[in-house]
Design a protein around this ligand. Sequence first.
Ligand code: PPS
Length: 295
Amino acid sequence: MARRPKYQSVCGLPMPLGFPVDALRTAFDFVPRSGDVVLATYPKCGTTWMQHILYLMHNDGSAIPVDASVRELVPHLEEMGASFVRDLPTPRLIKTHLAVSPKLFNSDARYVLVFRNPFDCAVSFYHHTRGFTQHYDFADGSFEDFLAVFNAGQVDFGDYFDHVCSWLDVRDEANVHCTTYERMHANLELEVIRLGEFLGGDAGRAAADAAVRERIVSAASFRSMARDQQRWSSRRPEGMTEFVRKGIVGDWQAHFSQPALQALLARTLARLGGTPVIDDWDEIIEQVRRSCESP
Ligand code: PPS
């Protein structure tokens, strides 16, 4: 019988069980201010990776210490609430998984967007949902079970395509910087340089300094972030994958059936065809097409 992850509905969004409802409610009224750096992503698209990079760039390339937590240093607005974010040091580094809204988008704040191809995102989200048993009660759920919910847009923070399209609407604004998980994977140093040019100030100086940049790239590598994972999330039960799990492009190949791939490819082309983000995924889309056609 098909299994479904469990969610609670808050403000019309499915949310993990135990997610702090009061904090989430305050997030919908939050208005970023001048100087803020808002990292906006759909879940499992490279958020924590970019949170750490932002922290590194504002801290001279020093990694988040083993006894500290990214949730306090670059807090998730919906989880920590607007009052926690209010008191952060300037520039406030803030993570959100919300779709863009008129309140959330302030032309005086800066926005960093990270997109990831939907095939790998779905795989990563499946392992996340299976692994956090206390939040989803889905330990024995299959990838197909999860995909049914993902495709219906009924996972936490809603539909992948609605979310991505909402942020793509503002991508050309001067205060918005876009990248993809795949670009970061291909050449992290170059992405740090690009981000530094966008952010300017201390972060810009850090990215422009070869020695500091080397520290940033090293501390943000998969190998380095796979260590001391208490910095990124709460523990998962024995036998579940780690939070910083595989960190590759193309894990979809080990998970999708051909019909499932065909269905997600059709939606991807319908919703994202003609947008610049899909250009970064040319090769992936081609591989997906070939997989769909192979006997
Ligand atoms: S969350 O829960 O929404 O904040 O998850 P998010 O951080 O967006 O995504 C987790 C995926 O990012 C991978 N990750 C990395 N990949 C490469 N290099 C580094 N340094 C890195 N850090 C995190 C992590 O492994 C998850 O992807 P998968 O495919 O599951 O491995």
